[in-house]
Design a protein around this ligand. Structure first.
Ligand code: ZN
Length: 165
């Protein structure tokens, strides 16, 4: 929740906002400040052999691998963000991008937008952000990843992939 206006610094006051109840309001800017949170994409990249890309991000964990993910930038739509992240991090083009649900991460106050990206079996060209990334048979993936938790939407997307592809 905001206490001060992020634009002008005025102390916000509670004001009724229809069905949402009382929301912090800036009398200077004449606008409400609803709670804000980050929007991110998380992408399962798969090839026709039912292999998926697992990546290790050293700044997150030296041990566990995960799917590709990143923040959505202002001005792009969610599909563009997903395609961009796959291209930036793996150097891989996406043939088909399928929606795979949204996942709220309570601890990080983040909305994850899940996608399944189908590609050919392309060679990976890693960005500096990634320590390693490789094609892994999907059935072998969960054992290499973070344990199940409310924060772990990657395992939900893998289950969705296994059930439908
Ligand atoms: Zn203001």
């Amino acid at each position: 929740m905001f206490t001060y206006c992020p634009t002008c610094g005025t102390k916000l006051v509670p004001k009724a906002a229809g069905d949402d109840g009382e929301i912090p309001y800036c009398n200077q800017c004449e606008r409400f400040w609803f709670p804000n949170f980050a929007d991110c994409v998380i992408i399962l990249v798969a090839n026709a052999k039912h292999e998926i890309v697992l990546a290790k991000m050293p700044y997150l964990s030296e041990r566990y691998e995960s799917l590709i993910s990143g923040y959505i930038k202002p001005g792009e739509n969610v599909e563009q963000a997903a395609t961009r992240e796959v291209h930036e991090e793996l150097g891989v083009s996406v043939d088909q991008l399928d929606y795979a649900g949204t996942y709220w991460l309570p601890q990080h106050q983040m909305m994850m937008h899940g996608y399944i990206a189908l590609t050919t079996d392309q060679k990976l060209h890693l960005s500096d952000e990634l320590g390693t990334a490789s094609w892994v048979p999907v059935a072998a993936a969960p054992a290499r990843m973070w344990p199940p938790s409310p924060e772990n939407s990657a395992l939900d997307i893998i289950q969705l992939y296994q059930a439908n592809y």
